[in-house]
Design a protein around this ligand. Sequence first.
Ligand code: HEM
Length: 500
Amino acid sequence: LLGALVVLLLLYIISYSRPKSQEHRMDPPGPKLFPLLGNLLQLDLQRPYNTLLKFSKKYGSVFTVYLGPKKVVILAGYKTVKEALVNHAEEFGERDVLQIVEDLNHGIAWSNGDVWKEMRRFALTNMRDFGMGKKVIEDKIIEESHYLIEVFKKFKGEAFDTSQPINYAVSNIICSMVYGSRFEYDDPEFTSMVDRTNRRSQLGGTPSVQLFNMFPWIGKWFANKKEFKKLSEANKKQNSELFSQLKETLNPQMCRGFVDAFLVQKQNLEESGITNSHFNDVNLMTTVRDLFNGGTETTSTTLRWGLLLMAKYPKIQDQVQEEVNRVIGSCQVQVKDRKNLPFTDAVIHETQRLANIIPMALPHKMSQDITFQGHFIEKGTTVYPLLTSVLYDKAEWERPHSFYPAHFLDKDGKFVKRDAFVPFSAGRRVCPGEGLARMELFIFFTTLLQHFRFTRPPGVSEDELDLTPRVGFTLKLCLISSFAYVIIILLTRGHQRICH
Ligand code: HEM
């Protein structure tokens, strides 16, 4: 038995060693492998993207690493990531689905093929024009920003943790879009839903869940996976109840939000005899989950980064407030003001660039074999576009590691778009919530800066204000989840002007 085991192990190691490049097949190079663990021991498990950045300097902009037994190709630098995701959108545009994901091939984020196409298109159409047109969403964000201001005011300038109210405000935007209504911040139904979504996202980044993604056969012994599942089940139960309530009061002539629109579409298809469409209950549940997971922690984390950076760089905050005061005064901030607030817009963009909250995008998968920049990448290979390497690309940004809003301004102070600005990724899988997120960031950030001044907590110097991101081992979704956030808020007063 022992002999057989040794033979099996040897066979495994041999089959697992890096494939030799052949004349017609140049596999991307990569660091030395260890049996079973691949390159795991060489990675900084807290910030794997940092190690990958270092690897890219040694192995080039297309290289291979092994996450445990899983072969992964990494794309680094603006030119390479753009060429792959935009010029070869089809080949690089599939999703690699992780073990932890339930409801495989349903919804948007973790599906492929027809399901993905239909669900993504339907969500985009609804976000854009189906009764939830831009103005409607804009009004909802404005309304929500007032609730947020009221919460901030209650602290009367005392230091407090901004994360919960910001999470609630941002989650309410998704609630308005999905269910057609917002919730009060003290509604237990709402708070439990938001808290569960956050906890689930935190767990998704824990080493045990990551281990489960890499070695599913040992994953069943890990407690976190159970908690993850429990949270998902509770979310599903709550959503089922909400969907039932919406079904009972459904008026096809007046859709209140995404769920209504989905139910109407399902009904219409069933009435015309189509019973096997993708507009079914599982896809409804999963797409709603994706909109919440994709659209809450991302936007709220970015907003908190924005406030933290304002506390860290008070002179830049002065400039934002001077511009907002001069252009808008105490009038209501609206999306149309963005073009007149180039400095503020540049600060928001620079926040997203530097915060780099999803450094490795989500895992992509090759839909077919390709020879890319001289390297052979096989159909089915997992590919991570290293967004950090684009957002910090030395060839694209004058000061890649500093907070420097001038990256987005020309010499006359006008806002300039930058192609290497890819926090939402690019190509076929580009974030479908980009338009909504940008609107939220602009209105929430500008309105908060119009009403408050953000400073560091007492006893903490500017230098001490910690900008080091805390990340989980999130090879799935390298989302920076928390950081120093205690901030004092002081009221400011905008000058009076006639508002249009
Ligand atoms: C996917 C970033 C807000 C929904 C993604 C991806 C990134 C991203 C990097 C992965 C793209 C890829 O695989 O290459 C962000 C950032 C946000 C944000 C930085 C805010 C600051 C939102 C919002 C929503 C949303 C507001 C929804 C309302 C999604 C969905 C996907 C996705 C559904 C999966 C897309 C697909 O697989 O086709 N996002 N996102 N995101 N995001 Fe966002």
